[in-house]
Write a protein that binds this ligand. Structure first.
Ligand code: UFG
Length: 334
């Protein structure tokens, strides 16, 4: 039996594929390579370049690979972009998942792990955030992910598709061996941006807002190692396999770090000077986002391994500096 990983060439998807292979699972990847990278997927993993909207291709994959379950990452994931172009988010995220569910149902595949987000909560009334707290997204990205969670709920009632939605907080870090890591074009996430400033690929880091109601005035986020996220997907799959139960879980370290603290830790890890500039707030950024992940720890038996921010940044830097050398030698292909 094989697991289909949609979006398996993306940042979190590719780390999950690596992890599943380490666990001895059989995996096949579908990715349209718009934001993913072919070279992030191991060569011995069957790879299909294509879209979730292509029902024929999906049918082909389900029929030819004995698919047991789907881990579904494929989708658009930038908050700012979703505000500028909401329709493409509804089309790709909601429409893509709808297409996938139709084919799963036709092929009697009843297990799904879904990549959701902390953005479903919007601006939280209190932290740490718990799964039953109000979900009031403040952007179309969070809105589409929440709509998918609801669609999965009704999909279970009608078709008995069991699904687990994982609401990630801030994914960060890289494969500790340094084979794969985070590479978005353009990059918008804090840690890779700070590391680019450390390596001289950009001249400074803009700190978006320094008068938030937090101890140092900058936003606080809960950073979670990408390999711990990969492990959570595996724990979720095992829960569906063993208990045939659906659910929704937060994934975070339950500890918040400010933008300033992240920059200081990057400075410490890299040993390089990082130029910082105070900039206006980014629209829609909540001051503090910290997860309660008690439910995942208890029910999924999930235990993050790399909860220390320094370890997370060290792994990201290992990958980043390796990439830097490749880049200089012109061996690195986008
Ligand atoms: N930040 C800066 N400068 C930068 C980039 C980011 O100051 O150049 C700040 C942001 O304002 C924010 C923090 O660093 O306070 C983290 O920003 P990221 O862009 O790295 O991550 P977000 O918290 O905005 O986004 C994450 C996930 C999204 C999810 C969102 C939920 O990446 O998928 O949390 O709010 F939707």
């Amino acid at each position: 039996m094989t697991i289909l990983v949609t979006g398996g060439a993306g940042y979190i998807g590719s780390h999950t594929v690596l992890y599943l292979k380490e666990k001895g699972e059989s995996v096949v990847v579908l990715d349209n390579l718009i934001t993913g990278h072919r070279q992030s997927v191991l060569n011995d993993v069957p790879f299909y370049m294509g879209s979730l909207h292509d029902q024929e291709l999906l049918h082909y994959i389900f029929q030819n690979h004995n698919i047991e379950a789907v881990i579904h990452f494929a989708g658009n994931s930038l908050v700012g972009e979703s505000v500028k172009d909401p329709l493409s988010y509804y089309e790709n995220n909601l429409g893509g998942t709808l297409s996938l569910l139709k084919v799963m149902n036709k092929n009697q595949v009843k297990k799904l792990v879904f990549s959701s987000t902390a953005a479903v909560y919007g601006d939280p009334k209190c932290v740490p955030i718990q799964e039953e707290d109000p979900t009031i997204p403040t952007n179309p990205y969070g809105e589409t992910k929440l709509a998918i969670e609801r669609m999965l709920h009704w999909g279970e009632q009608a078709y008995d598709i069991k699904s687990i939605s994982l609401r990630y907080f801030n994914a960060a870090g890289a494969d500790p061996e340094g084979h794969i890591g985070e590479q978005h074009h353009p990059e918008t996430h804090l840690i890779p941006i700070v590391l680019q400033a450390a390596s001289g690929e950009r001249d400074k880091v803009n700190v978006f807002g320094d008068d938030y109601p937090t101890p140092d005035g900058t936003c606080i986020r809960d950073y979670i190692h990408v390999m711990d996220l990969a492990d959570a997907h595996y724990c979720a799959l095992k829960k569906i396999r063993n208990e045939k139960k659906s659910g929704t879980y937060n994934l975070g370290n339950e500890k918040g770090y400010s933008v300033k603290e992240v920059i200081e830790t990057c400075q410490e890890v890299t040993g390089r000077e990082i130029r910082v500039e105070a900039s206006p707030k980014r629209a829609g950024d909540p001051a503090v986002l910290v997860a309660s992940s008690q439910k995942a720890r208890k029910e999924l038996k999930w235990k993050p391994k790399y909860s220390n921010l320094k370890d997370i940044i060290t792994h990201a830097w290992n990958y980043h500096s390796k990439k830097e050398v490749h880049h200089k030698n012109m061996h690195y292909v986008k």
